[in-house]
Design a protein around this ligand. Structure first.
Ligand code: MRU
Length: 343
């Protein structure tokens, strides 16, 4: 596994600053909770499982500094980005350990390990779907950078590629912050997985021409009925996939499932600042007086999803129900068990 997004290093959290990729691989060393909160808000680290892990380490740093109680630390981190369910799970795993007199760092390490194992399992579960599906389209970055290692949407592609299967990946560039062209393409290039970057508005063209065999995306939050939030632009890809009879899959670890949110319209959608739309790499791409709207995510109804690729296999939205509630519990239990093994 070539890429790792973040890791604990001596007295703090090391992470790849994803804003600087692909031009530079700069590692940032974070020693305080406010530094971690700023890295999440400013998207030096992004992708739902990765920000969950970063937040758990942020809690560990707060515990070590002895400057604030666990609940205050949790509130500061929870205010960074509202949509990714994993953020709140990562915070809670570390907060619960700390509040019970335990070591938040061991909890964070356990959380990170559990995510990595789950993403590898997603890869093994999803790879058989690609047996005859050589041309896969993905949106945003749901790779190792977004999840610590392996990825969610990219994990089945990685596993199938490692098994020697012939694959080709269509990479949506993913405006406005270009997570597809800057990050997904960077990961695929490192592992020499054949791919091509396309403008977001070119996806329909290739689907219509019969050049897309399957679509796999990640998710930031999956409601109990299977509606899910993911990077803005995902919804339209799902609708187009239905029109063209292309199977559409969502890959996610348990920490992304939210049984407490019944339907997609209850998922909070982050709206970010207009400059991300009005400027590209700091250069204005619109008239000075123009305004912009910048929702970071959209919500796709479950009826567009052929299957959810989970660590326990591929589930349809009909199979989510009670099974999902049981598995989502593991989002908290699995890291706790891993932390216990470490202490
Ligand atoms: O705004 P971002 O870059 O954090 O959005 C990330 C996504 O939408 C990913 O697709 C999602 O978090 C899944 S990551 C495995």
């Amino acid at each position: 596994m070539a890429v790792r997004a973040l890791w604990w290093s001596g007295d703090g959290l090391d992470l790849i600053d994803q804003r600087e990729l692909p031009a530079r691989t700069r590692i940032r060393h974070l020693r305080t909770l406010p530094q971690v909160a700023e890295a999440i808000r400013g998207m030096a680290v992004r992708g739902a499982p990765a920000i969950g892990a970063a937040a758990a380490y942020g809690m560990a740093l707060a515990q070590r500094s002895r400057r604030m109680p666990p609940d205050r630390a949790a509130r500061l981190l929870a205010a960074t980005r509202p949509t990714a369910r994993d953020l709140f799970v990562g915070i809670e795993v570390a907060r619960a350990a700390w509040a019970a007199g335990g070591d938040a760092l061991a909890a964070a390490e356990g959380y990170r390990r559990a995510i990595v194992e789950e993403c590898h399992a997603i890869g093994r579960a999803g790879a058989p779907l690609l047996a005859r599906k050589e041309r896969v389209l993905t949106h945003c970055n749901a790779g190792a950078l977004a999840t610590v290692e392996w990825g969610t949407a990219l994990a089945p592609i990685r596993v199938a590629h490692d098994e020697g299967r012939k694959l080709f990946v269509w990479v949506d560039e993913t405006r406005p912050l270009l997570q597809g062209s800057r990050l997904t393409a960077w990961e695929l290039a490192q592992e020499r997985i054949p791919h091509a970057i396309i403008a977001d508005n070119a996806a329909g063209y290739f689907m219509q021409r019969g050049e897309v065999d399957a679509i796999i995306v990640g998710a930031d939050r999956i409601a109990a009925n299977g509606d899910f939030a993911n990077k803005i632009g995902t919804y339209e890809k799902a609708v187009l996939a239905r029109e063209h009879g292309i199977p559409f899959y969502v890959a996610a670890p348990w920490s992304t499932f939210d049984p407490g949110t019944p339907r997609g319209d209850r998922i909070p959608v982050e709206e970010r600042g207009p400059d991300e739309v009005l400027r590209l790499s700091g250069v204005a791409t619109a008239p000075r007086r123009s305004r912009a709207r910048n929702p970071a995510f959209d919500v796709t109804p479950h009826r567009f999803v052929r299957g959810f690729i989970t660590p326990a296999g591929v589930l349809t939205s009909r199979q989510l129900g009670p099974a999902l509630r049981a598995h989502a519990r593991r989002a908290v239990d699995a890291p706790r068990r891993a932390a216990e093994q470490l202490t």
